[in-house]
Structures are given as C-alpha cells and as structure tokens.
Design a protein around this ligand. Structure first.
Ligand code: MRU
Length: 352
C-alpha cells in the first residue's frame, strides 16, 4: 500500500497561510507566510502557487485575508469593499476557472450570512477551509474513478502526463497525477513519462519532484519526444489535467496539451482529462471564449541569467491551449468518467 502524498501547497496555520514556494522547487522546499490579500494576489500571479484547484484554494484564503482587514461594521460598505478585493484576485490569472469559482463561492458565503460582520468573517474562513478539504477529497475520488477507465492491459501501465497536476496543483493528491497515484496504489502502474512542459518546466521541476517524493517511477522527456515515445509503443495512455472545460468538453490546459492529444489520436493511444467538476465552466457552450493567458516572453528566452535567443526576434507565449472535445477519450471527474459529448447531460443528471 502506497501512502498518499503529504505534499500540501497551501497550509492554513493559526491565522495565516503558508505557501510552498513552487518557483523554488525542486532546489528548495520553502514555506512563505502570507498574511495579506495583496500578497496572495502577487503569489498567484508570480506562480508561487499554481495549478487550477490550488489557485482556487489560495484565492479563497486571499478573500478571507482581505475581509479581515476591512474595518467597517456596516454591511453594505463591507460587501462593497469585499467586491473590490474579489476583483483584485480575479485579475491575477484569467484561464483557470477554479479561481473564479472559488471567489464566487466566497462572495456567496458573505452575501448569505445575515449576521454581524464578525460572523461573515468567521463564515468566510470556514468556507475557505471547506473548499480546501473538499478539493482533497475530490481529487482522491478522481484518482480512484480513473482506475475504472484506464486500459486494463497491460497489467502495469506506462502513462504519459503533461505539466503538473499533482498535490502541488490542488489541495493535495492531484487530478491527473492523482489517477497515476491511484494506479500505483493498485499495482497498475509501471512508469510515468513526464513532459518537461516548456517554458516553465512544471513537468520537469514539479511533477518529477512529486514523483521522487512518493516513489513513483518517472522518466522526464522533452515535449517534442512524446510522438516518438508513442510511435515506439512506450505509452499506454495519456492523462492530463484541465484549467477550464467548456460545456461541450473542449478543454483548456497547459500549452502543449493539444499537441499531445493530436499525437495520441494518430497513434490510437487513449487520451484522458482528469478534473473536478469545478473546472467545468457550464456557462461556456464551447471553448471559443475561454481567455488564454499570455505570459512574459522572458519565460521563453531566459533561463536564470542566461539569454537563450538573439536580440531582434519576437516571442509569443500563450500559457494554455485548447484541446477539442473530439480528441478526448473521457473526462474523469469526482462523480465518474464521462465522454466529453455527454458532460452536460451527465451534469444535469447529477444535479437532480
Ligand atoms: O500555469 P499553471 O502551472 O498554473 O498551469 C497548470 C496546468 O495547466 C495544470 O495542468 C492544470 O491546472 C490542472 S492542475 C490539477
């Protein structure tokens, strides 16, 4: 029996948040104390904390940290200042819908608490705790639901993943890496192949670090090697996460995911997306209006102090791409695995 991860990217300690600084991994595992909402917003923007569900958890605590600084005892004034805090947090990263989902849930708590300002503040911190606890449980269910849809043969699978979808990207355990953890626990995993995930190298730095911590046999490849590995018959299935899924199943995830899906289809390798239902944006019928974050071009041309490219060239640095639903074999959620085309119907049945 393999013990589940003990890696937590967001920790609530007494009256403050501790963030595991993901910009320093794998060299150093440093905890950074966050006591103010502005610092939480900066941490999300700078990717000290990253990954769709983890961003949601961090933003929820950010709302509480902001709320507790509000001095007024007057309800309308309090709510209006809380809206400003929410707006600041919404502007940190545009693509992962979990950020907006968590902020929305925190605001709902505030509006629905009819007692004193102190009661609102106390309900807000409780809601942030709930979002965190629920995400951990959700990820464990996603992991276990993945077992029912992964290929049964061979007995020990070689799985390919992209970016970091593990404990670091969630409240703990992970989505796609959660599926991989569950496969390992059941003795159904031979090895995980990890795309390095240019330009920020979440695969090489973060997923590889998690695998080493948890004793998962892992091989890092560069993004451009995935097609070759599939052609060589080295990959039994691909499992990735998601930042925002439209109602038709189109999935925005880390840049390079779409390439993987195309290549997987060409080699008849099943391609799975693992994500909580909070990552599905049922307000969007398809992916055409999913905002794709563009990050600083220095992520491409600079490594530490070293310049990789000559001056005079231009750069384009979208952080995410969209995989059309048609390329996805199934979406693995906490309520079960579903074909992308059946996502909306599946959701409405679950709501009944
Ligand atoms: O830019 P990042 O590192 O926040 O991007 C993370 C991803 O794209 C993950 O694959 C996604 O958030 C799913 S995490 C469970």
């Amino acid at each position: 029996m393999v013990s589940p991860t003990t890696i937590y990217p967001v920790i609530w300690q007494e009256d403050r948040v501790l963030l595991l600084d993901q910009t320093q991994l794998p060299a150093e595992a440093t905890l950074v104390e966050i006591t103010r909402c502005e610092d939480m917003a900066r941490a999300i923007q700078n990717m000290m904390v990253r990954g769709a569900p983890a961003i949601g958890v961090a933003a929820a605590y950010g709302i509480y940290l902001g709320a507790r600084e509000i001095q007024t005892q007057e309800r309308e004034a309090f709510l209006s200042q809380l809206e400003e805090i929410a707006q600041m947090l919404r502007q940190t990263r545009p693509t992962a819908v979990n950020l907006f989902w968590a902020i929305g849930r925190m605001l709902k708590t505030a509006y629905e608490t009819l007692g004193s300002i102190e009661e609102i503040k106390s309900n807000l911190v409780q809601t942030a705790h709930n979002i965190q606890t629920e995400d951990l449980q959700t990820c464990q269910k996603i992991g276990d639901n993945g077992l029912s849809i992964l290929p049964a043969e061979p007995a020990q699978l070689s799985l390919l993943t992209h970016c970091n979808t593990g404990a670091l990207a969630t409240a703990g355990y992970g989505t796609a890496l959660g599926v991989i953890r569950s496969a390992l626990r059941e003795g159904h995993l031979a090895r995980v192949y990890i795309d390095e995930t240019r330009p920020r190298l979440q695969g090489a730095k973060l997923t590889a670090w998690e695998c080493v911590q948890d004793g998962i046999l892992a091989t890092v490849i560069t993004d451009s090697m995935a097609a070759h590995c599939m052609q060589q018959g080295m990959i039994d299935a691909v499992v990735v996460g998601a930042d925002r899924i439209a109602a038709n199943g189109d999935t925005a995830n880390k840049i390079g995911t779409y390439t993987l899906a195309v290549v997987a289809q060409a080699h008849e390798v099943p391609f799975f997306v693992a994500a909580p239902l909070s990552t599905v944006d049922f307000d969007l019928p398809n992916s055409s209006t999913i905002p794709i974050e563009e990050r600083d071009p220095s992520e491409i041309y600079q490594v530490g102090e070293t310049m990789l490219c000559p001056e005079g060239v231009a750069f384009y640095n979208p952080a995410f791409d969209v995989t059309p639903a048609a390329l996805i074999s199934a979406i693995i959620t906490e309520r079960g695995a579903v074909k992308p085309s059946e996502l909306e119907q599946f959701h409405s049945q679950q709501m009944v």
